[in-house]
Design a protein around this ligand. Structure first.
Ligand code: ADP
Ligand code: DP6
Ligand code: CO
Length: 323
């Protein structure tokens, strides 16, 4: 038995993935673009053993029930099918990020699992193939194989739907301040939420146009270190994604009261001359994008209002690593 451990970091989408064209293969409706973050990650160890009579999944020192471990066990089936491995496995995973709170635990989790499980099963996959494999566990995990700015090209099948590094070594002094307003598990998973948006929001066709335009505009802005354009696009893109939840049937929202207060804080900071913009994934926790010279002003205000213990200052992070 050889155990393999991989570490993958979460990513925050600046232009978001919110909807699948193929729910089985996890082919998205649109491409998306993200930044991998250094402060949030998952470590996962996988070991296959002939003595095991079932797959076991241990997350943060707790053994998951059959229900809770279903996605991981399905993923192991896929790895066994690809590799010819026939034994069961034990998966031991630790999230250095709140689980299912809208901080992209599924991205770091399935990227790390793709790396550890494929190697433990004897495969040596390229990073592109790891990205394709991670996609089968969670769409956002496709991008967490790579560091820095990453584009997930939607594609149209298993081979063409894959992430490509947009800028792995980020030479721009930027930060993402995570504001942990509520670390509890969300009621509507990303998977359920986006599917309901695709099938019931009348705004979904417009969203696809928004994403195409945002991607085309944000890429040159990032390369030019054009902070204002990048910030305006990522903030508007997040709000338009959340408009799909409000316009779904039944309508729902990932925001809580603190989320709205924090959004106003960011707008007030901007009005006071501090350059910063917010984004948020499927959860109430805001991420505030700024350049490092503005970090003290941003963190001082957020700490005064919400408490310093709720802030994590993240920077661009690396791609998958084997430990
Ligand atoms: P998030 O915003 O955290 O990505 P999602 O709803 O997308 O939330 O996904 C949360 C789900 O991801 C969890 O319920 C669990 O099934 C899975 N998950 C999270 N962390 C791990 C992990 N380390 N190992 C396996 N599965 C995980
Ligand atoms: C709002 O990748 O968690 O974070 O593919 O169903 O596992 P599944 O969903 P997931 O959705 C992420 C949605 C998002 C935006 C993004 O990361 O692009
Ligand atoms: Co997720």
């Amino acid at each position: 038995m050889t155990a393999v451990t991989a570490r993958a970091h979460t990513n925050i989408a600046l232009v978001k993935y919110w909807g699948k064209a193929d729910t089985d293969l996890i082919i998205p409706q649109t491409s998306s673009l993200s930044l991998t973050l250094d402060q949030f990650y998952t470590d996962t160890t996988v070991a296959f053993d002939a003595d095991f009579t079932a797959d076991t999944v241990i997350l943060n020192d707790h053994r998951l029930s059959r229900d809770a471990s279903q996605k991981v066990r399905q993923f192991l089936d896929l790895v066994r099918q690809m590799s010819g491995e026939t034994r069961f496995a034990t998966v031991t995973s630790t999230n250095h990020v709140p689980t299912a709170a809208g901080l992209a635990s599924s991205a770091s989790a399935f990227a790390a699992l793709a790396g550890a499980a494929s190697r433990a099963a004897g495969m040596e996959l390229s990073r592109a193939d790891l990205s394709r494999l991670a996609r089968r566990g969670s769409g956002s995990a496709t991008r967490s194989i790579f560091g820095g700015f990453v584009e997930w090209q939607a594609g149209h099948d298993d081979h063409t739907s894959v992430a490509v590094p947009f800028q792995e070594q980020v030479d721009w002094p930027i930060a993402m301040v995570a504001l942990l307003l509520d670390p509890h598990e969300k009621k509507v998973s990303s998977r359920q939420g986006m599917q309901s948006s695709v099938t019931t929001s009348p705004y979904y066709p417009a969203w696809k146009q928004v994403v195409a335009a945002d991607l085309a505009a944000i890429k040159p802005a990032i390369l030019a270190h054009d902070f204002t354009t990048t910030g305006e696009i990522l903030e508007a893109n997040a709000m338009r994604m959340h408009a799909l939840t409000l316009s779904a049937n039944p309508p729902y929202s990932y925001f809580n009261g603190d989320t709205l207060t924090a959004m106003q804080t960011v707008r007030d900071l901007r009005a006071a001359g501090v350059a910063c913009y917010y984004t948020l994934d499927a959860g109430p926790n805001l991420k505030v994008f700024c350049q490092t010279p503005d970090l003290p002003a941003v963190t001082t205000q957020l700490a005064a209002q919400f408490g310093a213990d709720r802030l994590v200052v993240a920077h661009p992070g690396p791609g998958i690593e084997f430990l």
